[in-house]
Design a protein around this ligand. Structure first.
Ligand SMILES: Cc1ncc(COP(=O)(O)O)c(C=O)c1O
Length: 376
């Protein structure tokens, strides 16, 4: 047997990683400003993260959700405290797509409706419900096709109002900042109006913070810049720094019905320990403040570069749009300067999603190398 060949691969084999750096089998060092699709939040192999997981592994790694697990309670408590959602409940699963599946299921159980509003250029995952609200026909199989999803342009309040006033919308799903599309933000006015209209029409507002959450923007969640409180928030990616986990934060309005949601692996002991380690590091190292400061500095430096058309995003979740396809520049950065950055659906955009504790010198070095690449 061999791996199913669905991933375009770079000819690079990392065998070790530390902080914001990867090392291949020949000892070549790479700077990681992408975190393997926005996953590495507190740096590779952070000593506290390694210790916490190792200790847990030596005690108990897994038992099912049919027994008491204090780590889940501890994780829910800590996540509530750090994100300022102490009155919400937490359902744990294993990935971002799964978090969105459960969020939609919960919304539909709640108001008994079927129709979903999603947004153009959205990405919410590859499983059944998550992929049908993803605006990419290439990854929707015939078996996944559904009639009950409406894609609207992001920030088009008129179109939104027209659709929601029909009164049959189960849920609105929106990313805190659209990631895959190339870092596009819902405006504060749009989110505030969406929240108001959702509550008026009995529609559930779901904020997908899977990529934009966990501190990347300098606030715990990107939607907190708009001062809204969604009914449901989904998280994954940076939540456990690479250990697979997803979560659904659920407002007190929803009633927990035994057996309505469930998973075998979700919320297992090891996953909770990894997720707790991330929150402990974010808190102890005051990383949100650091993201805000480094992000502000980086955005200013990037905007100063000749050849950069636009810089979008907040904190350390940034899209750098060039006047041409970013492919050659990204390849130069990776193969000549040994810096990982990300691509985006918007082909001219370079996506940056470094760890929240990325060293300042790694960012400065990137700005210098990007400038050189742009003027070769
Ligand atoms: C905003 C958003 N939602 C959901 C997902 C799906 O997450 P996962 O790949 O863990 O299923 C992603 C993944 O890129 C994402 O960026």
């Amino acid at each position: 047997m061999k791996p199913f060949d669905v991933y375009p691969l770079y000819d690079i084999k990392p065998v070790r990683a530390e902080g914001s750096y990867l090392y291949d089998e020949k000892g070549q060092k790479y700077t990681d400003l992408y975190g393997g699709h926005a996953v590495i939040s507190v740096g590779h192999s952070h000593p506290h993260y390694v210790r916490r997981i190792t200790e847990q592994l030596n005690n108990i790694a897994f038992y099912s959700n049919s027994v008491l697990n204090d780590l889940q309670t501890e994780l829910a408590h800590k996540l509530g405290k750090l994100s300022n959602y102490e009155d919400y409940s937490l359902f744990l699963c294993n990935s971002g797509a799964e978090a969105n599946e459960n969020a939609i299921k919960l919304a539909s159980f709640h108001n008994k409706r079927k129709k979903i509003i999603a947004f153009q250029r959205s990405f919410h995952g590859r499983t059944e419900a998550a992929v049908t609200i993803t605006d990419n026909p290439a990854i929707i199989s015939p078996a996944n096709q559904r009639e009950n999803v409406v894609f609207l342009p992001l920030n088009d309040l008129e179109a939104f109002e027209k659709e929601i006033r029909k009164g049959d919308i189960c849920a609105v799903v929106v990313e805190g900042i659209q990631g895959w599309s190339g870092i596009y933000e819902p405006t504060a006015e749009f989110l505030q109006s969406a929240q108001k209209l959702c509550s008026e029409y009995g529609t559930v507002l779901i904020l997908d913070e899977i990529q934009s959450g966990y501190g990347r923007t300098g606030k715990f969640f990107a939607h907190q810049f708009a001062n809204i409180r969604p009914d449901i928030i989904t998280v994954a990616k940076g939540m456990a720094n690479g250990f697979p986990i997803g979560g659904v934060l659920i407002s007190p309005v929803f009633e927990a019905v035994k057996g309505s949601l469930g998973t075998t692996f979700g919320g297992n002991h090891l996953a909770c320990a990894a997720a707790l380690a991330v929150l402990e590091i974010i808190e102890k190292e005051n990383l949100l403040k650091e993201v805000e400061r480094k992000g502000r500095d980086l955005i200013a430096k990037l905007r100063n570069l000749e050849g950069v058309k636009e810089v979008r995003g907040r904190g350390l979740m940034l899209g750098i749009e060039l006047p041409f396809s970013s492919k050659t520049i990204r390849e130069n950065l990776l193969f000549e300067d040994h810096i990982f950055v990300g691509s985006a659906h918007q082909a001219n955009t370079i996506r940056l999603l470094p760890a929240l504790n990325v060293p300042q010198e790694a960012l400065d070095d990137f700005v210098e190398k990007l400038n050189r690449c742009l003027h070769k």
